[in-house]
Design a protein around this ligand. Sequence first.
Ligand code: SER
Length: 314
Amino acid sequence: MTDTILIIGASGQIGSELTAKLREIHGADKVIASDIREGNSELVNAGPFEILDATDLKAIETIIDKYKVGTVYLMAAMLSATAEKAPMKAWELNMNSLFNILNLAKDKRIQKVFWPSSIAVFGPTTPADHTPQTTVMEPTTVYGISKQTGERWCEYYFSRYGVDVRSIRYPGLISYKTPPGGGTTDYAIEIYHEALEKGSYTSFLKAGSYLPMMFMDDAIQATIQLMEAPAENIKIRSSYNLGGISFDPEEIAASIKKYIPEFHIDYAPDFRQDIADTWPNSIEDKKAQEDWNWKHSFDLDKITQTMLENLKKK
Ligand code: SER
């Protein structure tokens, strides 16, 4: 197995931080960043970067051969809110990119795959509090349907073809380095930007909309821990639940007020409210704890403090 890593979707919210962290661990030359667009100059200049369309199998093959890639992190996807505006396009991107990578692994052209799933795999009939690993899953968004289908295919490729594919159901991810692209949980990032810029925020989710959330550093840590765990410890080949914290717009506003006392929130729910209403309030992640020692470390106030401090510097 070669130790070269390819990240597809490296310019995105998760991809950019994952690339930086993996380069820190393995060395810049061992981590090939790729995306359909160029990311920030830091990412592009810090190591190899290739323009790559995740649905273009030939182009992926060329890069895999060129760099002798062993592991692929497939981070390219259309997120929940954007996907609702272009369902077929979202389905094609989210599924075809996954099949490209799973088939390369099946043919032993690459050895290991990471593919992100999401809390969007759950739906209105799922128990909403401390949602367990195994439960009712009837997603109602095209994004959720693509992630749930993807999970089934990951498990199939593992049991049928022995593909070493690993996955996490990410909660809403909060970060300050790269903006998110078109998710329902994005309000929890916008709120920090606008708290600093305007002192107020109009939330597209209403008070009481609890969602599972996590700080990006925790999510990156989890991803690397999962990928470094011995294969025999990975008991779940669909995707692992990953907890973290849970809050609603009111609680995040209260946390911001500890640092910006005059901060004010109001509410103008839009179509994303309907999406949020179908997702869990909080997630139970016992399996990740048992199988690869997962534990999150950022609570809401620590997230608020880190977000405000770093966005202020920007
Ligand atoms: N954060 C994502 C979204 O809101 C969920 O995976 O679409």
